[in-house]
Design a protein around this ligand. Structure first.
Ligand SMILES: [Cu+2]
Length: 190
């Protein structure tokens, strides 16, 4: 009980969330996200880049444009804010990732190539964690590949030759807290 109280105090004290990709540099929110998602959701998106999407969804207001802002796809972040941050990856290339986890919540996670227009995955997951950040484990038992891993870009045909067509999305659903986290890395193939 005392331990629970201490944990709760620590969480309230930090008031920050919970996980995002930091390598490669993922999409970030900017003025296009502000216009698409509205002031209420945007404020949450920018105040805690690690926070769960549900926190932003809870603050959706009349400025939210549902056809432009898809909070549960690339976290509602917009390509227009990230045109200068598009990686070039060749099929077969290994891409190293780092995920920054600020708070562990048991869930599942995966990494996929996504079609940005259709908002669907392309092919099979490139990485899959049936159990992710199991919060019953102590630090010595945290799997290293939850935060440091690499993927191999598959053959995506001609689908990803234009900037804004494809991204690699890291997706984490923490069912223990009913919280969703996403980071997208825009890329093109030569
Ligand atoms: Cu969290």
């Amino acid at each position: 009980m005392l331990r629970d109280l201490l944990v709760l105090t620590a969480l309230v004290g930090s008031a920050l969330g919970h996980g995002k990709v930091t390598i490669p540099t993922p999409r970030a929110p900017g003025t296009a996200a502000q216009a698409a998602c509205g002031a209420g959701a945007y404020k949450v998106l920018t105040s805690d880049l690690w926070g769960p999407i549900e926190n932003a969804a809870a603050k959706v207001d009349s400025g939210y444009n549902a056809t432009a802002c898809h909070l549960y796809f690339c976290k509602g972040y917009q390509f227009d804010d990230n045109k200068s941050n598009v990686y070039t990856y060749t099929p077969g290339q290994t891409v190293t990732f780092h995920v920054s986890i600020e708070a562990r919540h048991t869930g599942y996670a995966n990494v996929s190539v996504v079609d940005l227009a259709a908002r669907t995955t392309i092919g099979k997951p490139l990485y899959n964690w049936p159990v992710y950040t199991n919060n019953s484990l102590g630090p010595p038992d945290w799997p290293a590949d939850e935060t440091d891993f690499s993927i191999t870009l598959p053959d995506v045909g001609t689908k990803c030759q234009k900037a804004g067509a494809c991204a690699i999305q890291w997706y984490w659903y923490a069912y223990s807290n009913k919280q969703t986290y996403e980071s997208c890395v825009d890329f093109v193939t030569p």
